[in-house]
Write a protein that binds this ligand. Sequence first.
Ligand code: ADP
Ligand code: UDP
Length: 237
Amino acid sequence: MEKREQLYEGKAKKVFKTDDEQLLIVSYKDDATAFNGLKKGTIAGKGVINNKMSNLLMQRLEKAGVPTHLVKELSDRDTLVKKVTIVPLEVIIRNISAGSFSKRYGVEEGIVFDAPTIEFSYKNDELGDPLINDYHAVALRLATWEEIETIKKYAFKVNEELKAFWNECGVTIVDFKLEFGRLSDNTIVLADEISPDTCRLWDSKTHEKLDKDRFRRDMGGVEDAYIEVMKRLTEHI
Ligand code: ADP
Ligand code: UDP
């Protein structure tokens, strides 16, 4: 399958049409942004790692009963996916306090929750992806109640699978963001990516950050952190 017209260039990926109406090619870049595009940079080799990692994790999720957009990895940076209409909600699951949760509620990072939490942000760059609740999402017709129930069920299932898997790798998954989409028959599937760009991943023993927070917070060692988590993953998959 070959790339045709470019449909979209986002902050981390490009999206291309193919000869099949129902399929797209996503191409992962090394570009990195944070704080709604305010901070820009590159992380050498990130695109290759995120492409492979996302595909390996999605394959595992498929086996666990979570439908995904993944069709086939085409090359280091390119993957064939099912075209979806993205539900404009960022679905965030948290196991441990960090990031905007810590800031919003004035608590330190690292509080382990008794049970995972879920929240939604309205995927809208102009508005800065504001937090939204399920009633508001339905009122704005971003999704139906039935779709939201399905999305919640899949998101918690993804969490159980990712927690168990990363645990085998000596990595703690602190929180992450998922995106879901509708196929042409309205079936909900997991789309976009699962990578150190979209997850907080801490070394289980040292709590060292192995994700995009190293870039967001100018901590250095960004490339090495991506390489390290990818190494751990490939040793255990
Ligand atoms: P952003 O749009 O936030 O800058 P990216 O650079 O990752 O993000 O761009 C990829 C875009 O492709 C995102 O808007 C994402 O919602 C969308 N996308 C991901 N998977 C699919 C898919 N299977 N079908 C259609 N769009 C998708
Ligand atoms: N996240 C993401 N894209 C976003 C916002 C958040 O992938 O636009 C991920 C982020 O990497 C983290 C989780 O979602 O793993 C929770 O992020 P948080 O709400 O704490 O926001 P941040 O600290 O990134 O502002």
